[in-house]
Write a protein that binds this ligand. Structure first.
Ligand code: ATP
Ligand code: MG
Length: 1139
């Protein structure tokens, strides 16, 4: 954020008009405009603040701003109302000077806002604490209450103050607020009954109707609708940006804070309501019999309600509106009121009621905010009076006259105090002063307030004069007495100047105020000045059963009848203004001069002519001139020296002596003419703004130079620092480098020395070594030589010894050799001898053999062949048998191995031997058999004989043992009966299929074979179905195939053959047939049973001979064999092919 240190820094235009160069009305205006356009609404003329109304909220009234301006010198920061408030507050607090803040300007220029800003600033910067805060809050909250009752919307200002207000805020020695006193000046009460076009009545009426609750309104007998009330103008009842309802709540709240009791607030509201009701009371003419004009109330409802509100007897008030009682010294005269008089009385009552209520409010607020204790307090007065007002259409009345008179007085005091203050300052500071020409409005003030021939005095005179007094008589009087006055203008005055001025009507007079000419209409002056309220009305009011009303009309008390005429309004006002002026003169004034930038209440619009007019009548140009006539600028020595000390070498950077001397030295050193400045006691005075600007310019340059110097020094310092650092670094670096170089050199020398040393040492060592080696070699040589010598000696000895040994050995060896040679020779000889002996023996044997062979040749030749043959054969046989013995195969009859035949001629023997061996081992094998096993094998053998290679079923039966009793008939309890029935031992028991002779289908039957018979029995019951004695069996027929069918053919004519032959089928066919056959074989008495094996055979079924034919076919339904009776002659058995 930019920080300002002086109002001269970063100025927009010129912050202080005194410094304006060149000074002219145009440049003044231009400067104001320029600043206004940049939102700089405040400008100074010395210590006077010019305030432009921005008509919008600016962000310059924040708590931060308050802090910024707090305890800062007036010229230190850019112009602000806070600077003035701070200055006033500090000189009050620190210098014990009573202050007054005079805020002037025309209506809508922002006086009230300015006064509030000042108060809020002072409240913000002064002390804090519970009590202090309460006081502050009460002081601040008095504003909304008074504004509600005393402000109204006018054509100039939506919140125009219609009364003058001066508030003294009292502070203790610490600067903490203790309380305050408010003085109010002449409320514009005519507004209560009538408002100019485009204006409103006082805010409170609208606020009450808009903001009060329905219940409250009902209590007050009011309607929310404004149009129901005659006293409320309707055309501008609603104001833009004004929220009456919200403001009502604010006012209620403020009243509470200020200390109003609830019943007091209620009473106040009742009075407000009563005024509204009063306005609605209307009259109509009523003629009496005596011819006098009377009036009558049209509709008594409002009157009734009003009386109820205020607790007044209706008849009393009704009468007061009809009669007027004039009391002379001893007698009372009562006259009736006509309609106009009744209306006059009604309005007068309304105005009085309201203005007295307003005064009561001020008194009540004062009661609350007044400071406790009687010690003298420091006082800060804030004056916010209604602004100068001119109605352009000449409709200015008594109120405007009073308002403008008040402003005239303020202007007067401004001129006086400004001038006086200025003068006093020069005197105080010991500076020579030359008078300045300016317009002094004292002459206008005199025109109005002169006790002998002033307008107010003449008005009073007229009002008090017996006889007919009218506004015309008053105007006549003015015309005669003030005709000569330079600031008074009238058509009827003797001064012929205005005779032809048609802008000046006959019923009017014109006053040339400081702020412009104002045309006043004389009508109403007398009445308004009299401010007459008929006694009947005040008495009626006094009679009211309402606490507040009673208080407001004390003159109505019949006990205190005062026959004296009440003081006129003009007189009262003049007196209070006089008191105010006297009061203000005792205080240190601070001016805020408010300027209105435009007539449209709009922001950003700057109407040159309007502002020019204001700056003219406000005398701002004169103000600047007065300020500049002496010296345009002044400043205490200390801040001056502080600001400009850099312009002189002797004062820069420090001046140790008194500040004044420093400034003197400073100024003498500068090329400024001596008449341009003066030295006061505590301040330096600069005559011409140019000089100040010159100083400022020099200062700016100097600051630049200083900045450059600082920069230069800083850069120098920085560079020097840098250089020193570099230098230091360089020394460090070079030190390090030198050290490094020396270190390197040293290391080089050291290593060279080491090398040289090592070489020397090496050389020395080598020398030594050589020496040592030499010595060693010598020693070694000696040793060697001695060793050699000893060696030689030893060897020689050894050789000698060896030679000796060798010699000895050689003798031994030679001896051994000799012995060996001798032995070998002996051995050879012996061997030779043995060989010879053997050879002799062999030869002998050969010889003997030869001899023998020669001798036996004759024998040999006759038998030798056969003998040799036999011998050889014998030898071979021997060898063969012995070999066979060792290569015999195992004893298993099924072992088919047999050694190979060695000689061809032994072929027959070999196979015979094999056979014999096989038989022998079979015998051996058989010899091990038991009887049962033997029988089984016999059966098997028989089966083989019977079926081998004849029936395809046979091979599968070989491996099956012949079990015989498959049913275990003896053990099975099921067949117990059957077993008992059998006479002989059952040799075979099995389940067979008996083929039905008729259809070829099979039925399971038990088949039993004993040694005598074949029995067929029922499988389930065991009942014997057929028993065939074996002798009845002639033959058995079977097929060649793998089926189990067999036919038992019976002897013709036997008992068994009644039904015919049996055709059966069994899985154990081979066993059954073999066993049956054996029975026949073993029984000596029986014939051999024939076994017929063929695929077609005949059987006898009863009387038929049926051919059973076996064919090879495809098995059906999983059945292996199927049997079918084809016809009487043929029964076909289909057997699956074995392939
Ligand atoms: N400093 C300000 N900032 C913003 N708005 C402002 C400021 N001063 C004045 N105004 C606006 O201008 C309006 C009129 O100001 P103010 O009531 O203070 O005028 P006044 O001089 O008291 O007039 P009157 O003499 O009629 O009482 C205010 O209601 C407000 O809208
Ligand atoms: Mg105001």
């Amino acid at each position: 954020m930019e920080v300002k240190t002086s109002l001269l820094d970063n100025m927009i235009g010129v912050g202080d008009m005194v410094l304006l160069e060149p000074l002219s009305e145009d440049s003044f205006l231009e400067n104001l405009k320029n600043r206004f356009e940049h939102n700089e609404i405040y400008t100074y003329i010395g210590s006077v603040v010019i305030s432009m109304n921005p008509y919008r909220s600016l962000p310059i009234f924040t708590p931060e701003k308050v802090e910024e301006y707090r305890n800062r010198n007036f010229y230190e920061l850019s112009p602000h109302i806070y600077a003035l408030a701070d200055e006033a507050y500090r000189s009050l607090r620190d210098q014990d000077k009573d202050q007054c803040i005079l805020i002037t300007g025309e209506s809508g220029a922002g006086k009230t806002e300015a006064s509030k800003l000042v108060m809020s600033y002072v409240a913000a910067v002064c002390g804090k604490g519970q009590e202090v805060n309460k006081v502050k809050e009460q002081l601040l909250q008095s504003n909304p209450v008074l504004e509600a009752f005393g402000n109204a919307k006018t054509v100039r200002n939506d919140n125009s103050s219609r009364f003058g207000k001066y508030m003294d805020i009292e502070f203790d020695f610490k600067g903490d607020p203790l309380g305050g006193v408010i003085s109010n000046y002449l409320l514009e009460k005519s507004r209560v009954v009538k408002q100019p076009r485009g204006e409103r009545n006082f805010h409170v009426f609208y606020q009450l109707l808009s903001g009060a609750s329905d219940e409250s309104l009902k209590k007050l007998k009011l309607h929310r609708d404004f149009s129901k009330y005659n006293y409320l103008s309707l055309d501008s009842a609603a104001v833009n940006g004004l929220d009456d309802a919200a403001n009502f709540r604010t006012v209620r709240n403020a009243m509470q804070i200020v200390g109003f009791m609830e019943d007091e607030v209620q009473s106040v509201m009742e009075l407000v309501a009563a005024v509204l009701k009063l306005g609605n009371i209307e009259f109509k003419p009523d003629s009496r019999s005596n011819g006098s004009d009377e009036s009558r109330i049209k509709d008594k409802n409002d009157l009734k309600e009003m009386c109820e509100l205020l607790g007044i007897e209706q008849s009393v008030l009704e009468r007061a509106f009809s009669y007027r009682t004039v009391e002379a010294k001893l007698e009372k005269v009562s006259t009736t009121l006509n309609v106009a008089q009744a209306y006059y009385a009604r309005d007068a009552l309304a105005k009085n009621l309201y203005s007295r209520l307003f005064s009561w409010l001020v008194t009540r607020i004062n009661e609350s905010i007044k400071a406790q204790g009687k010690t003298r307090h420091k006082v800060m007065g804030v004056l916010d009076i209604y602004g100068f007002e001119i109605f352009e259409d000449g409709d200015n009345s008594f109120e405007q006259f009073i308002i403008n008179y008040c402003n005239e007085k303020l202007q007067q005091i401004f001129i006086e105090l400004t001038l006086r203050e200025e003068q006093e300052e020069y005197i105080r500071e010991g500076i020579e002063w030359t008078n300045i020409e300016y317009f002094n409005n004292a002459v206008i003030c005199d025109l109005i307030e002169n006790n002998q021939n002033g307008i107010l005095a003449m008005l009073d005179e007229e009002c008090l004069r017996p006889g007919t007094v009218t506004d015309e008589t008053f105007l006549d009087k003015l015309n005669t007495i003030c005709a000569e006055h330079l600031h008074f203008e009238s058509r009827l005055s003797k001064n012929s100047k205005f005779l032809t001025d048609h802008s000046l009507p006959h019923s009017c007079f014109r006053i040339q105020h400081y702020a412009g000419k104002v045309l006043y209409r004389a009508e109403g002056f007398v009445d308004k000045n009299n401010d007459l309220l008929y006694r009947d009305l005040s008495q009626a009011m006094y009679k009211a059963n309402h606490k507040l009303i009673k208080q407001l009309f004390p003159e109505g008390n019949p006990a205190k009848v005062n026959l004296k005429r009440p003081l006129t309004a003009g007189f009262q006002f003049k007196a209070s203004v006089g008191t105010l002026m006297r009061n203000l003169q005792t205080k240190n004034p601070n001016y805020i001069r408010c300027i209105k930038p435009n007539d449209k209440k709009a922001s950003h619009i700057f109407t040159d002519s309007l502002v020019r007019h204001q700056l003219r009548y406000l005398g701002l140009m004169e103000n600047v001139r007065v300020r500049r006539a002496g010296y345009a600028f002044r400043q205490p020595y200390e801040p001056c020296l502080e600001r400009y000390k850099m312009l002189c070498k002797r004062t820069w950077p420090h001046w140790l002596g008194p500040a004044r001397e420093g400034v003197e030295v400073l100024m003498s050193d500068l090329p400024v003419p001596a008449e341009e400045f003066s030295f006061g006691r505590s301040k330096i005075f600069i005559r011409n703004p140019r000089t100040l600007f010159f100083l400022e310019e020099r200062r700016r340059q100097c600051l630049q130079d200083l900045a450059t110097l600082i920069q230069k020094i800083y850069r120098g310092w920085k560079c020097r620092g840098h250089f020193l650092l570099l230098k230091k670094s360089q020394i460090v670096v070079s030190a390090w480098y030198r050290r490094y170089a020396q270190q390197k050199k040293y290391q080089k020398i050291k290593s060279a020395t080491t090398v040289v040393q090592s070489y020397t040492r090496g050389w020395q060592a080598r020398k030594l070594l050589r020496e040592l080696k030499y010595q060693k070699r010598c020693v070694e040589a000696v040793t060697t030589i001695s060793a050699f010598w000893h060696g030689t000696q030893a060897r020689m000895e050894l050789r000698r010894l060896k030679q000796e040994v060798r010699n000895k050995h050689a003798v031994t060896v030679i001896w051994a050799y000799w012995q060996g040679t001798k032995a070998r020779r002996e051995l050879r000889r012996l061997k030779e001898e043995a060989r010879r002996k053997h050879a002799v023996a062999v030869i002998w044997a050969y010889w003997q053999g030869l001899k023998i062979r020669r001798e036996y040749r004759k024998f040999f030749r006759a038998n030798a062949g056969k003998k040799i043959y036999d011998f050889t054969i014998q030898r071979i046989m021997q060898k063969y048998f012995l070999g066979l013995k060792s290569t015999l195969p195992s004893m298993s009859p099924i072992d088919k191995n047999w050694p190979a035949r060695p000689y061809l001629f032994l072929g027959g023997v070999h196979s015979e031997l094999r056979r014999i061996f096989h038989l022998w081992r079979c015998k051996k094998y058989r010899s091990q058999f038991t009887e049962e096993k033997k029988a089984v094998y016999e059966e098997k053998l028989e089966a083989s004989e019977l079926f081998k290679d004849k029936k395809a079923l046979y091979p599968s039966s070989v491996s099956q043992p012949f079990k015989g009793d498959y049913l275990e008939i003896n053990k099975n309890p099921k067949y117990q009966k059957l077993s008992i029935a059998m006479e002989d031992k059952v040799l075979l028991a099995d389940v067979v299929n008996k083929i039905n002779r008729a259809n070829g289908k099979g039925t399971a039957r038990l088949f039993l074979l004993t040694k005598n018979s074949v029995v067929l029995a029922d499988q389930k019951t065991g009942q014997v179905k057929a028993s065939v004695p074996l002798p009845d069996l002639t033959s058995v027929s079977v097929s060649t195939q793998s089926d189990g069918f067999f036919a038992l053919k019976l002897k013709e004519g036997s008992a068994s053959a009644v039904k015919g032959d049996f055709l059966l089928s069994s899985e154990h066919l081979i066993e059954i047939i073999t066993k049956i056959h054996r029975m026949g074989t073993t029984a000596a008495d029986r014939e051999q049973l024939d076994i017929d094996i063929s695929d077609e055979f005949l059987v006898q079924f009863k009387h038929d001979k049926v051919c059973v034919k076996f064919i090879q076919g495809v098995p059906k339904n999983g059945n292996s064999v199927s049997c079918k009776r084809k016809n009487n002659r043929l029964l076909e058995v289909s057997v699956p092919s074995t392939a």
